[in-house]
Structure formats: structure tokens, C-alpha cells
Design a protein around this ligand. Structure first.
Ligand code: A2P
Length: 344
């Protein structure tokens, strides 16, 4: 196996998740840029030296897990496929291509056999929403989703997380905060995230949506409509970066289309579903929080309540570790399913 982007915020967690997975790994290659070549990382009890990624690096590799950015995936994954590898890609490079399955194993594992060498991991915010909403869709229905995200700094990578910490330190030291990364590297202006909120994730597009919002809308439709054969679902999203290190939150309004649906039915559906944990006890102030979700593979759901003005509609609050279920764990989980289904 090979991990492309092994030194990053997601890549280092892919190493940990792979070590804890059911996949029998005979040999692991850790690939990154030239900057990290020679660095030594630990996989299980072995010391593995990081190599600079090159097309030849993929010779003899069965499975590639990639999280080194879209342009790096575009450059190397076709080379890996040419050499016989199956790639699970955490970037957005191939997600919307029709012959690339976009997979959340708890939801649409059934599409894995359609792969042609590349399987895409959805966007972190889409994954956690799918894990939480698919059991509700199956139990009572799903006609519309309105989501506002509260996305952690680490979603923009290790350097972005480091920038949040240094900004926070500068703020407390009464120094000017130096913003160079947020809201996104591709834009001319940068703003501090510490003690702030940024209603922009990824670039802003011509229709005034951010690309992150576009991803949530279109990835949800690809998964639920194409793969699960759901009737049309309307989706809209507002994505906000918050000064939380790890774990995203989502405030989600849904219309189930069933005016008789109850909170208890939604709770029961979530309670019975894989990969999702009901954390909803208002009497004891129990609800999901990023600080508690960090380091966990599951997605947590709470604050489920009926919309008092719209029968069949509900509000809920979802939290998940964006680096694990949103990225590294979902990728390793897809690889586990590929191995179990003998698709590599
Ligand atoms: P490196 O550490 O050598 O820069 P993050 O998402 O946390 O920013 O991490 C990005 C990951 O992608 C890192 O492992 C980084 O390696 C890797 N990466 C960046 N550019 C390239 C490249 N051109 N080729 C291979 N890996 C790359």
C-alpha cells in the first residue's frame, strides 16, 4: 500500500487508521513532496522513511490512499492506475466524474464494484451529513436539506491549523495577527480565523456560493440520487470556518415530507444505524461537541427537535472528526471494503 501526502494532517491519521484496520499490509510506502523525503514516520512498530512521490513510486502497489491536494492527485493517480493500483482519493479532483464512485461505506458501499481504478472520498462536511441523514431518509423520508456548517481549521491542512494557533497566541500577546492562509489559499485576501468567523471556505463562485457549498450540494445529490435512487432532494448550504482546531459541526434543517414523523422516530433511526451515535439528552444537557468527537470514528447527532411551524420538518446538530470520518477513516474504511469485496 502507499499513502500519498503521508506527512499532512490527514495523511498522518491515515497511517494511524491503517494500523488499526483489518487490512493485511505487507509493505507500506509513505509518499510526500521533496521537502519531506528522508523524514521517518512510524507505522505499527516499524520505522518508515518518507519518499518523494514519483510515477515509479506506484510500481507494485495494490492500494493508494491519497490526500496531498487535488493537483497532486490529478498528476499521480492516473500513473498509479496505469501501474495496476486502486486509488482511494480524499481530494476533490475526481469526485464528480461519472465513472468514479463517491463513497460513504455506511450509505452506498454498493457502488464500489463500478470503480475503474479510482474511488473518491466525499468532502468532509458531506460525509458526516450523509451518515446522519441516510438512516432518517430510509425510516421517514427526506425532501429538503438546509445546512449551515461550523468547520474546523484543520480541514484546510496542517499549516492552516498552525496558523490558527499562532494567530491565537499573537492575539493574546496583543500583537497583530498574521493571516496568510484563511479563508483559502486561492484568493487574494486573507483574514485571521482566531476569535473570528469566516463565511467562506474555498473560492467564491459566480453565483455567490463558495465552492465548498457547491460540493455539499452536488456531492449529496450524487450519493443520494444516483446511488440510493432517492426521489429528488433539494439541498442548500452555508459553509463557515470557525476557530475550532478539529471536528466540524453542522446545523441541519430537514423536511422529511412526512407530516406525521416524530422526534422519537428520528432518534430511533439514528440509534439503530452504523457509524452514527445518538447524543441527545436535553434534560441532562447532553449534545455533540467538537471537543468530545475529536479522535472518534463515529458521527454524533443531537438537539433533534421538530420545526414548530412546519409539520414533518426537523432541526438537528451533527458533529464529527473532520480528519477521521471526514477524511482518513472514511478513506481507510473504503479500502477495507474494497479488500473485503475482493475489488483490488
Ligand atoms: P509535504 O509535507 O512534503 O509538503 P496538508 O493537507 O496537511 O497540508 O498536507 C498535504 C500533504 O501533501 C503533505 O503530506 C505534503 O507533503 C503533500 N504534498 C504537497 N505537495 C506535494 C507534491 N507535489 N507531491 C507529493 N506530495 C505533496
Amino acid at each position: 500500500m502507499a499513502i500519498l501526502g503521508a506527512t499532512g494532517a490527514v495523511g498522518t491519521r491515515m497511517i494511524q487508521q491503517l494500523a488499526a484496520s483489518t487490512i493485511p499490509v505487507a509493505k507500506l510506502k509513505l509518499l510526500a513532496s521533496q521537502r519531506s523525503a528522508g523524514k521517518v514516520l512510524t507505522f505499527k512498530d516499524q520505522q518508515v522513511t518518507v519518499e518523494e512521490a514519483k510515477p515509479e513510486s506506484f510500481t507494485g502497489v495494490d492500494i493508494v490512499l491519497a490526500s496531498a491536494g487535488g493537483s497532486v492527485s490529478k498528476k499521480f493517480l492516473p500513473e498509479a492506475v496505469k501501474r495496476g493500483a486502486v486509488c482511494v482519493d480524499n481530494t476533490s479532483a475526481f469526485r464528480m466524474e461519472p465513472d468514479v464512485p463517491l463513497v460513504v461505506p455506511e450509505v452506498n458501499e454498493n457502488v464500489l464494484p463500478r470503480h475503474h481504478g479510482i474511488i473518491a472520498n466525499p468532502n468532509c462536511s458531506t460525509i458526516m451529513m450523509m451518515v446522519a441523514l441516510e438512516p432518517i431518509r430510509q425510516a421517514v423520508g427526506l425532501k429538503q436539506i438546509i445546512v449551515s456548517t461550523y468547520q474546523a481549521a484543520s480541514g484546510a491542512g496542517q499549516s492552516a491549523l498552525n496558523e490558527l494557533y499562532s494567530e491565537a497566541q499573537d492575539y493574546l500577546d496583543h500583537k497583530d495577527m498574521q493571516a496568510t492562509i484563511f479563508p483559502t489559499k486561492g484568493e487574494p485576501k486573507h483574514y485571521p480565523l482566531a476569535f473570528n468567523l469566516l463565511p467562506q471556505i474555498d473560492v467564491l463562485e459566480d453565483n455567490y456560493y463558495s465552492h465548498e457549498e457547491w460540493k455539499m450540494i452536488h456531492e449529496t445529490k450524487k450519493i443520494m440520487l444516483n446511488d440510493m435512487d432517492a426521489p429528488d432532494i433539494k439541498v442548500t448550504a452555508t459553509c463557515v470556518r470557525v476557530p475550532v482546531p478539529i471536528s466540524h459541526g453542522e446545523s441541519v434543517w430537514i423536511d422529511t415530507g412526512d407530516p406525521d414523523a416524530t422526534v422519537d422516530e428520528l432518534r430511533a433511526a439514528i440509534d439503530a444505524a452504523p457509524g452514527v451515535v445518538l447524543q441527545d439528552d436535553p434534560a441532562h444537557q447532553v449534545y455533540p461537541q467538537p471537543i468530545n468527537a475529536t479522535g472518534k470514528r463515529e458521527t454524533f447527532v443531537g438537539r433533534i427537535r421538530a420545526d414548530l411551524e412546519n409539520p414533518g420538518a426537523f432541526n438537528l446538530w451533527i458533529v464529527s472528526d473532520n480528519l477521521l470520518k471526514g477524511a482518513a477513516w472514511n478513506t481507510v474504511q473504503i479500502a477495507e471494503r474494497l479488500v473485503a469485496q475482493k475489488l483490488v
